[in-house]
Design a protein around this ligand. Structure first.
Ligand code: ADP
Ligand code: MG
Ligand code: MG
Length: 947
């Protein structure tokens, strides 16, 4: 049996792929960094020779903290190959090979071990390198860096111990920057750093290069289980058993002099998506100098002037990388004596705006197809594009009014208004405990600050460039961010900042524009962005519509919502809640009048109808009537009719309905007008009637107070109202008298609504508007309910069209929101032309949860404890609620193949639920107008993923 392979040279990437089975498998085995280094070498990008120790070795190591059998031997063999490739020897003073030791998990993980550069240097090899390079300064710059990195990263000495020594040394030498130190200085500093190690650990900095390599490798493996890494994995949902790989890479030197340098770049602008190289570099520097913000970096575009040939190479390489990976890349590079080396590439994190622009541009460039472009953007990123912004006039005015506080690099777009806090803990505390809108202000940020950044509406730093930690994290999480506002001075002790001769204290308001890179004093007004101006987003959504099978409709109660929905691309109204209109100030009194008189009025009406029934059928209690009896009944009927005519309650009831009709009609007219050519589903009255009345508690308090104070004016009315409300009291109103049940008990309300709808539709049709009304009856549980209600309403519809002399097509349908309706959908579909899943109620009734009580009392615990995977009111429960939907669609379509099926619960705007609706065979999803763009993308993604 051949020995397990723990180590892969970069040039062995094909072998790794054979073993791992797929590119994703290679990434699991070698980590993202290792896999891409190998891949870059393969496609001819200049990468210094090296190899990767696998994640499997890391996992095996965790058992007893020893390397698995054979691993170290393989590492030594691989090192030999690298020695041959580079014509150098590790630990050989006459021609030393130096390497870096780098961690690299499958997913990029900031919680992991930092990199150690320049391994292989010791007192002897350093002298050897001086002879070879004739560059003593460079050699001792590298050596002191090694001791510091090794000391802090591998030996766990606090970085500050080295920094303090460095700072006082620089002061002593009168050096401002590291680059002001000369060879002798750096040699001296190296000795001082060695002393720091000795002092802290009690032993000398290890001189044996192999020992250095071994300890560094172990430190990487150990860092997988460091607190920081574990915390990060929890938050980012990365499994614990992936392990990290270790990459050993031949050193190339950006610190060899002023013809060398190092930098990081994105192949396109990660903030706006613009197709230009974007990033920073530093000459005569090494490793993370750029990111650490020690010296002021230069933007990549300056490289074009400074090092035109390197820039040329760079452009060619990034082009190759994009053509290989078909995506925007985030790269690290080093220039050694004018030669460019790539040290890392990965898919670049980007803002929503950039994600959309890059996807559309790359598709237009022929790099990716439309499907890929549509898959490249997260539905929530579309949502971000709809977040409020400052319009240019607001910004202009603020500038003119002298509100400008500071300017910096526009690192992550978007507008933020909030109160200023100067550290991450405080920022998080104020945001979470006090519910404040917070802007976190720091000189720069570190991985330990991320919790505060995520809690903030915006981030402002005084140091760092476009690729600094703050910028990268802000872009990734869509937080507006301005970095490097260097005119600003922050006094963390006094808790204030100054700039532009203004002072802002902790807790005061500022406004940040991440798009222009400006910070203003005070609160600027936010405005909604204009979707039509966002060209790339519009293009992407048009592609999404071409791909999707599901249509996206909107829930809209008012014409203005319908207009917005149309602008956002809705192809219909899936839910208009008529009762929302009842709450308007001038209507509510009529609604209350209707409710308060409904019962008594209906009794009188029922009495007349009952007697009419006897006479029509000629039977009483199943027996044929005698002439005498008939006479009696006729008398009773005349009496009842008279009573009805004279009934105050009945008159008030009809009067209320008559008054509500025209206002409903005009609302509906507006909807038809806004949705010209598209279907409009109007739901008949749904909620329990008590919702339109004052609460018992309030009334009781008022009545009691009036009585004790002896007030009489209006008391009687209040008492009557209280009595009425008490009468309507139900112990479980959501399962009580509502929806279709109201249509049976008080039929005149729905009749009035249907008349209003058809009058409005007829009037609109006469004006040339293409109307497509669909009447939706809520809360059906049994086919007989529909059979009782619907024919009569359809008759009204026909009658109104006849009266108005117009004809158009319309539909009658029902909501499916009671499990019994889903289970008997075959029967229901015989009567009804469409189903709309009301998944809010359907979820409540399927789980037996009352939503408000559940969310308040136990649902959060259920989700935290993993009893439920998600809150089923947010993400549709596919197994239970979804099963009912599936049954309803398939049984309904068996009876009526062209049955129209939609969803109008809140799930209609949530991507995973939308995917399920696609799978079940819905015709459309309907969601709030603001979610329509998100849903359009999600609908296309559902199709691409599943068909
Ligand atoms: P991280 O995962 O934190 O980005 P890296 O392993 O990429 O850590 O290394 C950090 C820095 O060190 C990067 O700027 C990288 O370019 C530089 N670096 C790593 N290995 C080498 C090498 N062999 N030669 C020169 N620079 C290197
Ligand atoms: Mg790092
Ligand atoms: Mg890196």
């Amino acid at each position: 049996m051949s020995e397990k392979k723990w180590v892969y040279l970069f040039k062995e990437v094909d072998q790794a792929e054979d073993y791992a089975g797929s590119w994703d498998g290679v990434r699991t085995l070698l980590g993202g960094k290792g896999a891409n280094l190998a891949q870059m070498s393969k496609i001819g990008v200049p990468v210094p020779p090296g190899f990767t120790i696998t994640t499997e070795a890391c996992i095996a190591y965790q058992d007893d903290h020893t390397f698995p059998e054979g691993m170290w031997d393989q590492t030594m063999e691989a090192l030999k190959v690298v020695e041959e490739q580079t014509d150098k020897k590790f630990g050989d003073p006459s021609n030393p090979l130096l390497v870096s030791c780098r961690s690299g998990a499958k997913m990029s993980m900031p919680g992991m071990m930092d990199t150690v550069l320049n391994l292989g240097l010791n007192d002897e090899t350093a002298e050897g390198m001086v002879k070879l390079t004739e560059n003593e300064r460079f050699v001792y710059d590298s050596y002191r860096r090694l001791i510091q990195m090794f000391g802090s990263v591998v030996l766990g000495i606090s970085d500050e111990e080295f920094e303090e020594v460095l700072d006082s040394f620089k002061e002593e030498k009168g050096a401002e920057q590291d680059t002001d130190l000369d060879a002798d200085d750096l040699k001296e500093l190296t000795e001082k750093f060695k002393a720091v190690v000795k002092e802290a650990k009690g032993f000398d900095f290890p001189q044996d290069p192999i020992k250095q390599l071994e300890l560094a490798t172990k430190a990487v493996f150990d860092s997988w289980n460091a607190r920081r890494a574990i915390d990060y994995r929890r938050r980012a949902n990365i499994p614990d058993d992936l392990g990290t790989a270790v990459n050993i890479v031949t050193m190339v030197f950006g610190n060899m002099g002023w013809n060398s340098g190092t930098g990081v770049a994105f192949t396109r602008n990660p903030s706006t998506g613009e197709k230009i190289l974007y990033g920073d570099y530093l000459m005569n520097a090494q490793g993370e100098d750029v990111v650490a913000g020690i010296r002021n970096t230069k933007p990549i575009r300056e490289m074009k002037e400074e090092l035109p040939e390197v820039y040329e190479q760079f452009q060619q390489i990034t082009k190759n990388l994009e053509e290989h990976y078909y995506d925007m890349q985030d790269v690290e590079f080093t220039i050694e004596n004018g030669k460019l080396w790539m040290l890392q590439t990965r898919t670049g994190k980007r803002t929503a705006q950039a994600a959309i622009k890059i996807a559309v541009d790359m598709s237009n460039e022929g790099l990716i197809d439309k499907e890929t472009a549509v898959m490249r953007v997260e539905p929530e990123q579309v949502n971000q594009m709809l977040h409020p912004q400052f319009d240019s006039e607001t910004i202009e005015a603020a500038r003119n009014e002298g509100k400008l506080f500071a300017t910096g690099v526009n690192a992550s777009p978007g507008a933020a208004v909030g109160q200023v806090y100067f550290d991450a803990d405080k920022a998080e505390e104020m945001a979470e405990d006090e519910g404040q809108d917070v802007i976190m202000v720091r000189p720069f940020t570190k991985p330990d600050d991320v919790h505060g950044m995520l809690a903030s509406k915006g981030i402002l730093t005084s140091e760092g460039g476009a690729t600094s930690h703050a910028a990268v994290v802000a872009r990734q999480f869509g937080v507006p961010c301005v970095v490097g506002a260097s005119m600003m001075s922050i006094d963390a002790d006094k808790r204030l900042m100054k700039s532009n001769s203004k002072t802002v204290k902790e807790g005061e308001w500022i406004s940040l524009d991440g798009g222009t890179g400006e910070a203003f004093i005070g609160k600027l007004e936010l405005t909604e962005p204009n979707l039509e101006e966002q060209e790339e987003l519009m293009t992407l959504l048009t592609w999404a519509d071409e791909i999707a099978r599901l249509q996206v409709w909107a829930n809209a109660d008012y014409p203005k919502d319908a207009q917005r929905a149309r602008i956002f691309g809705a192809k219909g109204i899936g839910l208009c809640r008529t009762e929302h209109m009842f709450f308007e100030e001038e209507r509510l009194p009529y609604v209350q009048e209707m409710i308060l008189n409904a019962d008594e009025a209906q009794n009188s009406i029922n009495n007349v109808e009952r007697l009419e029934g006897f006479i029509e059928s000629g039977k009483l209690n199943g027996q044929a009537m005698t002439d005498d009896t008939r006479k009696d009944i006729e008398g009773e009927l005349a009496e009842a009719k008279k009573k009805l005519e004279g009934s105050e309650a009945a008159n008030a009831y009809y009067n209320a309905l008559d008054n509500l009709l025209p206002s409903q009609r005009s609302d509906f007219y507006g909807l038809f007008e806004a949705m010209d050519g598209y279907p409009v589903i109007i739901r008949l009255i749904d909620p329990p009637l008590h919702e339109f009345l004052p609460s018992v508690e309030d009334l009781l308090v008022e009545v009691t107070q009036m009585r004790t104070k002896g007030e009489t004016k209006g008391l009687e009315e209040k008492e009557m109202m209280l009595e009425a409300v008490n009468k309507l009291h139900e112990s479980n109103p959501m399962m009580g008298l509502r929806g279709i049940r109201l249509g049976i008990v008080y039929p005149d309300i729905m009749r009035m609504q249907v008349r209003a709808i058809f009058e409005a539709a007829s009037d609109a049709a006469k004006k040339g508007i293409d109307v497509k009304p669909e009447i939706m009856i809520p809360l059906t549980g049994h086919i007989n309910e529909l059979k009782h209600v619907q024919p009569e309403l359809e008759a009204i519809a026909k009658k109104v069209m006849e009266e108005k002399g117009v004809d158009f097509t319309y539909k009658f349908g029902t909501m499916i929101e009671i499990p019994r309706a889903a289970l008997t959908a075959g029967e229901i579909a015989e009567v009804t032309e469409f189903f709309s899943f009301g998944t809010n109620d359907l979820t409540q009734m399927t789980f037996g949860y009352s939503r408000d009580d559940a969310e308040r009392n136990f649902l959060i615990t259920y989700v935290d404890e993993g009893i439920l995977p998600q809150n089923p009111f947010q993400v549709l429960d596919r197994k239970g609620v979804g099963r009912l939907m599936d049954i309803a669609v398939s049984e309904g379509r068996k009876v009526r193949p062209d049955l129209e099926v939609g969803i109008c619960g809140e799930h209609g705007g949530e991507p995973s639920s939308i995917e399920f609706c696609h799978l079940v065979g819905n015709n459309y999803v309907s969601c709030s107008p603001f979610r329509v763009p998100v849903a359009r993308l999600a609908a296309a993604q559902a199709k691409i993923k599943n068909d």
